[in-house]
Design a protein around this ligand. Structure first.
Ligand SMILES: Cc1cc2nc3c(=O)[nH]c(=O)nc-3n(C[C@H](O)[C@H](O)[C@H](O)COP(=O)(O)OP(=O)(O)OC[C@H]3O[C@@H](n4cnc5c(N)ncnc54)[C@H](O)[C@@H]3O)c2cc1C
Length: 363
């Protein structure tokens, strides 16, 4: 990496690029670790406006990953911690049903064994809930222990902590790494130039575009979720039908609606290269996914579709087949002072914070 000289560069300790959930927490942690001058650069007018808002809001407890035991285990371990630390932002008062479709890649008995092995609750639901499903299409359904988070509450709490810690948050400021030498990394942030001892690239769907070359392959997928007003029978109930081309609908507490995603209709298209920067939807699949899901869960026919939300999902190409969602923490080859962090799920935040807590950031 070639250093571009800049006479007016401002010296700081750390720059974090991207004020999603990961960038905010990591910037706050660097402050706690003693870095006085921490800049958090965000392209958008506010924090947590991208994937940290546009997601299914599930605090994973492992159920989703019967084909990736390491991810299931990490989810389960992080679940209790997330609930403890962010209890102000989770919806406890809800029921989550996992249903095994006929033709699922995982059978009902395999799912039960998987839950037993993991030590996660999996019980027979009340008959009122069983009757929600079309019996010809579902083998069995299970009452599980999973909840939703409220990204607006997470954002409010992070805003308060950012203000209290006197972190230098720069909104509407696109950041780009432009060079590095032995002592510092040069980063353009909006119209300013900084020299930082350490840089964290926490830009998720835009990870390849912050001026930091990555070794890990990343698939970027344009995704759609439909927000809907649920029928009375689904109020405070989440449903996940698995394992294959099925769907999930569950509370989306940030706006008081339900989200609906479908394995076939949520992804619009995907790219494995870093060339395409503008991934915009050509059309909405919202009504198609609602129609398809209503075959399995007939009460969904009475749902009121409100609007779709779109976001880039970033998936490590090595986990495309096993559905695993581990965190990526990659030190740049260009400079040991630059780190890229892809938190594939919200609860992986603890893996990032634990990693950072155990390293030396004093040099
Ligand atoms: C459809 C979908 C469903 C999901 N469902 C779940 C779920 O149910 N549960 C779960 O745990 N996880 C889920 N995830 C994953 C979860 O959303 C992400 O792991 C998490 O939000 C990543 O947080 P982040 O802070 O890394 O990214 P983001 O929240 O996207 O933050 C990155 C920030 O970087 C900013 N940025 C980008 N480039 C620049 C730049 N050059 N300069 C300055 N700023 C920049 C962006 O504006 C953005 O604010 C889902 C993701 C998607 C897309």
């Amino acid at each position: 990496m070639v250093e571009k000289s800049s006479a007016a560069a401002i010296d700081v300790d750390t720059i974090v690029i991207g004020a999603g959930f990961y960038g905010c927490e990591i910037a706050l942690q660097m402050k706690q670790l003693g870095h006085e001058r921490v800049v958090l650069a965000e392209n958008r007018p506010g924090i947590l406006e991208r994937a940290s808002f546009v997601n299914q809001a599930r605090v994973h407890n492992g159920y989703h990953y019967p084909r990736s035991i390491p991810t299931a285990l990490r989810s389960h371990v992080n679940f209790e911690r997330f609930v403890e630390v962010y209890r102000h932002a989770v919806l406890f008062d809800m029921t989550m049903i996992y249903a095994i479709a006929k033709g699922s890649r995982v059978s009902a008995s395999q799912f039960v064994r998987f839950c037993e092995t993991m030590g996660i609750p999996c019980r027979e639901p009340h008959v009122r809930l069983v009757r929600l499903f079309e019996p010809g299409l579902i083998d069995e359904c299970f009452l599980t222990h999973e909840i939703a988070f409220d990204s607006r509450r997470l954002a409010d709490d992070l805003s308060r902590r950012i203000t209290e810690s006197k972190l230098d948050l720069r909104l509407e400021s696109r950041a780009h790494v432009v060079g590095a030498d032995d002592r510092a990394v040069t980063v353009a942030v909006g119209a300013s130039t900084f020299r930082a001892r350490f840089v964290f690239n926490c830009t998720y769907g835009e990870l390849p575009f912050a001026g930091v070359a990555l070794r890990a392959g990343i698939k970027r997928e344009l995704t759609e979720m439909l927000l809907l007003r649920p029928p009375h029978l689904l109020a405070k109930v989440g449903v996940t039908v698995m394992d294959g081309p099925f769907f999930s609908t569950m509370p989306f507490p940030a706006v008081g609606l339900h989200s609906l995603s479908h394995v076939r209709y949520t992804p619009h298209w995907a790219v494995n290269d870093n060339n395409l920067r503008h991934l915009t939807p050509l059309r909405s699949n919202g009504i198609a996914m609602l129609r398809e899901a209503a075959h399995f869960l007939p009460c969904l026919a009475a749902a009121d579709p409100i609007r779709s939300i779109f976001e880039i999902k970033a998936i490590l190409t090595r986990n495309e087949d096993d559905d695993g969602r581990p965190i990526l923490i990659e030190q740049s080859e260009a400079s040991p002072r630059i780190w890229s962090i892809l938190g594939s799920k919200i609860d992986n935040i603890f893996d990032a914070l634990d990693f950072i807590a155990h390293r030396d950031w004093t040099w």
